[in-house]
Design a protein around this ligand. Structure first.
Ligand SMILES: [Zn+2]
Ligand SMILES: [Zn+2]
Length: 102
């Protein structure tokens, strides 16, 4: 897996530029990305923020190329911890191969 760098990041979803907290989190993530290819903390912070503050922007479950959505979908208790929603929210600011890691 190639490390994340500024070139491989997709442009963040447009709604994120209208939210001061999103911009702040994306800036922190962007600064971290060049120094630390993992930057998991920043990734998680953005995904959690989107789920909590922008739930209507969370993408639909992935129909393909994802082994996590079918597993989440088969759970009888839904998504109590919001982890499935966080997984889908990663699409909004990460390249697909990296977004689907968590
Ligand atoms: Zn936001
Ligand atoms: Zn998925």
């Amino acid at each position: 897996m190639d490390p994340i760098d500024g070139q491989t990041l997709p442009p963040p979803a447009p709604f994120m530029f209208g939210c001061a907290e999103c911009v702040k989190l994306l800036t922190a993530f962007g600064e971290k990305v060049t120094a630390d290819a993992g930057c998991f903390y920043e990734q998680l912070a953005i995904a959690r923020h989107i789920v909590e503050e922008h739930p209507d922007q969370v993408p639909e479950p992935h129909a393909r190329n994802c082994d996590r959505c079918p597993r989440y979908a088969s759970r009888s208790d839904g998504d109590p911890g919001g982890l499935w929603a966080e997984h889908r929210a990663r699409d909004l600011f990460l390249p697909e191969p990296i977004a689907r890691l968590l």
